[in-house]
Write a protein that binds this ligand. Structure first.
Ligand SMILES: C[S@@+](CC[C@H](N)C(=O)[O-])C[C@H]1O[C@@H](n2cnc3c(N)ncnc32)[C@H](O)[C@@H]1O
Length: 435
């Protein structure tokens, strides 16, 4: 196919390209006459017709979608969702890949990020959370409402693709969506003033919760309960229906197990659980330090902190601090100009800790927070990461500050998408190690 000159390529143009390796973000890298294209819905080794979706002359790279597969990869499979694919729902970008190969691609991304950003060569294995087909696992889905239409957002767009279900959601979510849509139809009810339907299936309750998210004002609090197995028994934790909770039905069990094994907490120790949410990890960590130890959980969201306090009420060795981790450590916020004075370090934080667990949002912890954490001289630091690039960046800071990456597990908590969760363990290098 002859097409436009590479430097003139713009949105809507199509070019045939050989597809190169997977990159962070779920797309593959291809080149057209030297210009870099990040192409979605394809696989390394394929030849595809790629339609430019973003970028134009003068841009460093272009985004594109594989609208036709000219030579297919052996790992390509038929999509398992009617709205997956180029120009459709932006949610599942790996529907066209076998689940086993999805995990290999994610492993390649984690390994590549660690190599590029932290200079660490490491083989990575992404573990499935269950042995099923990567479908029907999400216990939370937010359906957008736009101009009275209910659906899922297109990739990097505010437009919605109308749907009546989602194959990666647990069946109760599809049932609740269909019932809600039928109610709206039957009662001629309006969806005016509603920007989303957030459907949640709490593990400790019989009923599915449908939250109508108002367009103009904050959603009122809706408390729900989630069941978690910890080594000390089964716990029921309170959380807000729209608050942070792991979406995969098996993730709470898997993450608690992975973090406890990595942290290897001993009774009597002092442990920090930073970015703690409602305490999925704080509760088992508080149990592990026992009555003679101390667990300090730090979370910035006020509603989450209220649940966190309740969830930790049975473990008096736990202290809850509501605030931003960077502010509390006296680290200037990223992206803000430094004022004349550094913020003061909070007295609520201890001068040292045996173990630090952190589970920051997608942006990671950042150099300032990492420096503050290493100054606590923990014997172990367990980093739960939902973004391999942020993990790799922070790993680079940690290794520069005397810590080695001594363990890494990658868990497939988001099948059918490029997302992957990592649990990384860091320990002081050689002679720095404390007894
Ligand atoms: C990825 S979630 C982890 C929650 C918890 N570990 C879990 O697995 O349920 C990150 C949490 O960090 C909180 N958060 C975000 N930025 C923060 C900050 N700068 N300081 C403290 N908490 C923050 C969010 O409100 C959210 O609850």
């Amino acid at each position: 196919m002859t097409g436009p000159e590479a430097d003139e390529l713009t949105v809507g143009d199509e070019v045939d390209v050989e597809v190169g390796p997977i990159a962070h973000g779920g797309h593959c890298v291809a080149r057209h006459e030297g210009r870099v294209l990040f192409v979605r819905h394809t696989l390394p080794g394929e030849r595809v017709r790629a339609r430019i979706t973003e970028g134009g002359p003068g841009d460093r790279f272009l985004r594109a979608d594989a609208v036709e597969v000219l030579t297919a990869s052996p790992d390509r499979v038929p999509v398992r969702c009617p709205v997956a694919g180029p120009g459709r729902c932006g949610g599942c970008d790996f529907q066209h890949v076998s689940t086993e190969h999805q995990r290999r691609l994610k492993a390649d991304v984690v390994a590549e990020q660690l190599q590029r950003l932290a200079g660490i060569e490491r083989e990575v294995l992404v573990e499935p959370l269950d042995d099923e087909d990567g479908l029907r696992y999400r216990t939370r889905v937010e359906f957008a409402v736009v101009d009275g239409r209910v659906g899922l957002r297109r990739h990097r767009s505010h437009e919605v693709v109308p749907v009546t279900g989602c194959p990666i959601a647990v069946p109760e979510i599809d049932e609740a969506l269909v019932e809600t849509l039928a109610d709206v139809e039957r009662t001629r009810g309006e969806l005016d003033g509603i920007s989303a339907l957030d459907i949640v299936v709490p593990s400790a309750e019989a009923d599915t919760v449908v939250v109508e998210v108002p367009t103009e004002e904050p959603t009122p609090p809706i408390a729900i309960t989630e069941r978690v197995a910890t080594p000390a028994g089964e716990r029921v934790l309170g959380v807000d229906a729209r608050g942070f909770w792991q979406v995969h039905r098996d993730a709470p069990r898997a993450f608690v197990g992975a973090v406890l094994a990595a942290a290897d907490v001993r009774p009597g120790e002092r442990v920090l659980d930073l970015y703690s949410g409602v305490g999925l990890l704080s509760v088992p960590l508080a149990e592990a330090v026992g009555p003679d130890g101390q667990l300090i959980a730090v979370e910035s969201d006020r509603r989450a902190t209220e649940h966190l306090r309740d969830n930790l009420a049975a473990t008096p060795q736990a202290l809850v601090v509501c605030g931003r981790v960077d502010d509390l450590f006296g680290v200037p916020r990223r992206g803000r100009r430094r004022g004349p004075r550094r913020p003061a370090r909070s007295d609520l934080l201890p001068p040292s800790a045996d173990v630090v667990v952190l589970d920051p949002p997608r942006t990671g912890a950042g150099r300032g927070v990492v420096e503050a954490l290493t100054s606590l001289r923990p014997r172990r630091l367990v980093y739960v990461a939902c973004d391999p690039a942020a993990l790799a960046r922070d790993t680079g800071y940690l290794t520069g500050l005397g810590y080695d990456l001594t363990g890494l597990r990658a868990l497939d908590a988001f099948p059918m998408t490029h997302h992957v969760e990592c649990v990384a363990t860091f320990e002081p290098k050689g002679e720095d190690a404390r007894p």
